[in-house]
Ligand binder design. Structure first.
Ligand code: HAM
Length: 420
């Protein structure tokens, strides 16, 4: 049997209902903050990611699905969306619109990582990007929106970690200080020995406990921030405090992508194990210029939807509108029931019946397996009297309802207005 690719999973019903619910909640929240959806290709030119994410990041160095297409172009399945959202904005002139350009994108990303709980090779992100302003209010708003959404989804035990990575004015000085500190220590892992030379910030992000222990006493970015960056950071924090949001400053939070400047943040959730970051993001004021565009400050975040689903309350997103099952016996009753199906669906309610001529007993058990809230029993006798038996499965209560009234009666029980 041919199986799915390692690290890529099928998402099956009823789990898909929960994904749909999460995405509909996200769309609702994003609309409140003025975000609109953007849909972009899964494939981009490799150069886009190499230039934006950084050549010596794990993503670009080890994890991209890159191939040469039939015209000889190097293409890559997107490992993240920020670079391509910027590419699309620059290419389509979206940033010329008034005000801050706020966009969201939902879809799959691809990284050739070692699969484990919460880490997949095809995973899904809910991305938001706000372009065109460096105001700290925007940083605070983006973070508040993220936490607002996670709260509405019922995710518990969240921690918001925050840091500032400064700007090209102050980061080089910090990098040199850090490099001096790192060079004075022995015992770095192979990756860190290389990072130490090419990009010392990446050492702060090393997952090895041994390297993390060596970092005790390392210089802290906050102490090297220039005046503007320090002011920006303080303002973001004070806006979050004003909004009553608890955060933890984490001076090691450099994130796995090189485009960040100033604010960076991550949200972790309890119950996820080692891969506990449910969302991450930050500012990338230099990215548009890096991609050949104008100075266009911006920031955003991505939620890892697969991880989010793992910490979603078990019942969330599963309750839909009640299903009615029509159990019909005999050809005439089946024909009438077939009409009833459409009448009930026209009320906005799901309805199902058996097309295979099963016995009443097996139709009842099918209704049960489908999770029907109501069963309508329809035989010759009911047809003759023009009344069907409507059974509420949870309470076993049965009422005779005129066939012509069946659909509105079900709508009334579901608390729907007729036809809604
Ligand atoms: P990231 O931290 O690489 O940031 O990914 C964001 C989130 O995607 C992570 O916190 C995690 O929940 C999820 N994620 C990442 N890799 C995997 C994986 N292999 N399996 C499952 N989930 C994963 C970015 O991608 C940035 N583009 C975020 C951003 C947007 N920054 C500014 N705007």
């Amino acid at each position: 049997m041919i199986r799915a690719i390692r690290g890529m999973k099928d998402i099956l019903p009823p789990e898909t209902s929960r994904w749909q619910w999460v995405e509909s909640q996200a769309r609702e929240v994003f609309e409140l903050y003025g975000y609109r959806e953007i849909r972009l290709p899964l494939l981009e030119k490799t150069e886009l990611f190499a230039r934006s994410i950084g050549a010596d990041t794990d993503i670009v160095a080890k994890e991209m699905y890159t191939f040469t297409d039939r015209s000889g172009d190097s293409l890559t399945l997107r490992p993240e969306a920020t670079a391509q959202v910027l590419r699309a904005c620059l290419e389509n002139g979206l940033m010329r619109r008034a005000g801050v350009n706020k966009l969201y994108l939902i879809g799959p990303m691809f990284r050739y990582e070692r699969p484990q709980k919460g880490r997949y090779r095809q995973f899904h992100q809910i991305n938001c990007e706000a372009l065109g302003s460096d105001a700290p209010e925007l940083d605070a708003e983006v973070i508040l929106m993220l936490v607002d959404l996670l709260g509405k989804l019922g995710i518990k035990d969240l921690r918001l970690l925050i840091n500032s990575l400064g700007c090209p004015e102050c980061t080089p000085d910090f990098k040199s200080q850090l490099q001096l500190f790192l060079a004075a220590q022995e015992g770095w892992c192979d990756d860190c020995r290389r990072r130490l030379v090419v990009n010392p910030l990446r050492v702060l992000d090393c997952k090895s406990q041994h390297c993390q222990a060596l970092l005790v006493g390392a210089p802290v970015m906050e102490d090297s921030l220039c005046q503007d960056c320090a002011r920006h950071y303080r303002r973001v924090l004070s806006l979050l405090e004003g909004a009553g949001l608890a955060y933890e400053k984490n001076p090691r939070l450099v994130r796995g992508l090189d485009y960040y400047t100033r604010t960076t943040f991550e949200v972790t959730a309890a119950g996820l194990g080692a891969q506990d970051a449910v969302a991450g993001g930050g500012r990338y004021n230099g990215l548009a210029r890096e991609l050949g565009g104008p100075d266009l400050p911006g920031l955003g975040f991505a939620i890892g939807e697969d991880r989010l689903l793992e910490v979603l309350p078990p019942e969330a997103g599963l309750e839909g509108r009640p299903l009615t099952f029509l159990a019909a016996l005999g050809d005439a009753a089946r024909e009438r029931a077939f009409l009833c199906l459409q009448e009930i669906r026209a009320q906005g309610l799901p309805a199902a019946m058996d097309f295979e001529g099963r016995s009443l007993k097996s139709q009842m058990s099918l209704a049960d397996r489908l999770g029907a809230a109501y069963v309508v029993i329809l035989g010759d006798q009911e047809l003759a009297s023009g009344q069907a038996l409507l059974r509420h499965m949870a309470s076993s209560q049965q009422d005779a309802v005129p066939l012509t009234e069946l659909a509105p009666a079900l709508a009334a029980r579901a608390g729907l207005k007729e036809g809604s």
